[in-house]
Design a protein around this ligand. Structure first.
Ligand SMILES: *Cc1c(COP(=O)(O)O)cnc(C)c1O
Length: 379
């Protein structure tokens, strides 16, 4: 039985067609079923070319890629990592895997990416008293790239590596450079609801050949070049399967059309919702163009108290999925007691925001139907 219900409009379901089916059959028939193989190599080359990176390492998930990226950046037990508080938990979990501690930092109201003034202030304070964080994680939230032309020089001033969590942002641009091209390393996700999917998978991106080799080595059980299994370091079983890489290659071919469609969907929501002054569709910041992975809205609580919940329940009633904005990490029971630097923006985004269905297979009529239900729910 399909997990995807008929006549139910999902938030961001996979868009899979004949090219993906042909890819997976090609991979199966080639005999390269054992984990690695030519599809993985080709997928890495194609993603590296697309993001303008020298090296790409295909991994089992975005979370695995973040884990090894943090590890390579020098995050160890007891160190601290700056993590934006408004993100998916997977950005923060690998900090815990390494025994390190997050410093949850608020986001800027325009883009919901890390607040650079707050970050500058934190780094300045730490430089005069206390320890510097081991790494800064920049999250391109909902596909909106961070302001890298300001973030990267700020981090460089203090010699702190930046890891870009671009899991949601493949296909986005920041000042005409692709998401995934920024930072000492960047991470992509090919989970089921991302803009392209391998059903599950991720990618580590870097321009540093040694870093790529090290991540590849860790991810392949830290196997030493010996005929027997020789181990000097702890290994991880984190590589992407050759079969899934074939799906990824077919999806990557279609990515440009996916980005066009997601942006069209967001533009249509923006036009249709412009009649409601208390509802705003998140737009692109002036430094970049998002891939419009998910269209997100904010509802003015003064005009529509409890608006996002009312809309979400009305949509559910109409067989339409929507989802609250990521619950900030500093509000999560898991991270009670973690350090944080807050302005209230993430809390307000969680309280007032909602993610609307944004899948590439949606028709314009689907978008109109979502907006009709939304308007009725707020009336
Ligand atoms: C999806 C996602 C991840 C994790 O990727 P997986 O492939 O699901 O492990 C990490 N960070 C962000 C911001 C994400 O949206």
């Amino acid at each position: 039985m399909s997990r995807f219900k008929r006549d139910y409009l999902h938030l961001s379901p996979p868009d899979i067609g004949d090219t993906e089916a042909a890819g997976i059959i090609r991979a199966l028939r080639s005999g390269w079923v054992a984990p690695l193989g030519p599809e993985v190599d080709a997928f890495e080359r194609e993603i590296a070319a697309f993001t303008g990176r020298a090296h790409a390492v295909a991994l089992a998930s975005g979370t695995a890629a973040l884990h090894l990226a943090y590890k390579h950046a020098g995050v160890t037990a007891g160190s601290e990592v700056v993590v934006p508080t408004l993100t998916f938990g997977a950005t923060a979990f690998p900090v815990e895997y390494l025994g390190a501690h997050p410093i949850f930092t608020d986001v800027d109201p325009e883009s919901w990416t890390i607040d650079l003034e707050l970050l500058a202030d934190l780094l300045e304070r730490r430089a005069t008293s206390g320890r510097m964080p081991a790494a800064i994680v920049a999250v391109d939230l909902f596909g909106v790239p961070c302001n890298y032309s300001q973030l990267l020089p700020l981090a460089a001033e203090y010699g702190i590596p930046v890891i870009a969590d671009a899991a949601e942002a493949l296909g986005a641009d920041c000042e005409a450079r692709p998401a995934g091209s920024f930072g000492e390393s960047a991470v992509l996700s090919f989970n089921g609801n991302k803009i392209i999917t391998t059903s599950g998978g991720g990618m580590y991106l870097t321009d540093d050949a040694d870093a790529a080799a090290k991540v590849r080595y860790w991810a392949t059980q830290s196997r030493e070049p010996q005929p027997w299994y020789e181990h000097v370091e702890t290994g991880y079983n984190y590589r992407l399967s050759n079969l899934l890489a074939a799906v990824g290659r077919a999806q990557l071919e279609r990515l440009p059309s996916f980005v066009v469609r997601r942006r069209e969907i967001r533009a249509l929501y923006t036009v249709l919702l412009s009649t409601l002054p208390a509802v705003t569709v998140m737009a692109d910041p002036n430094w970049g163009e998002s891939n419009a992975w998910l269209t997100t809205i904010q509802i003015d609580p003064e005009v529509h108290p409890n608006g996002p919940t009312r809309v979400r329940l009305a949509l559910e009633e109409a067989n339409i999925e929507s989802r609250p904005i990521w619950k900030p990490m500093h509000q999560q029971p898991l991270f009670q007691g973690a350090k944080h630097e807050l302005t209230g923006v993430a809390d307000r985004a969680f309280r007032d925001g909602l993610c609307l269905p944004s899948g590439t297979k949606m028709t314009d009529e689907d978008v109109e139907r979502v907006v009709e239900v939304l308007i009725r729910a707020l009336a």
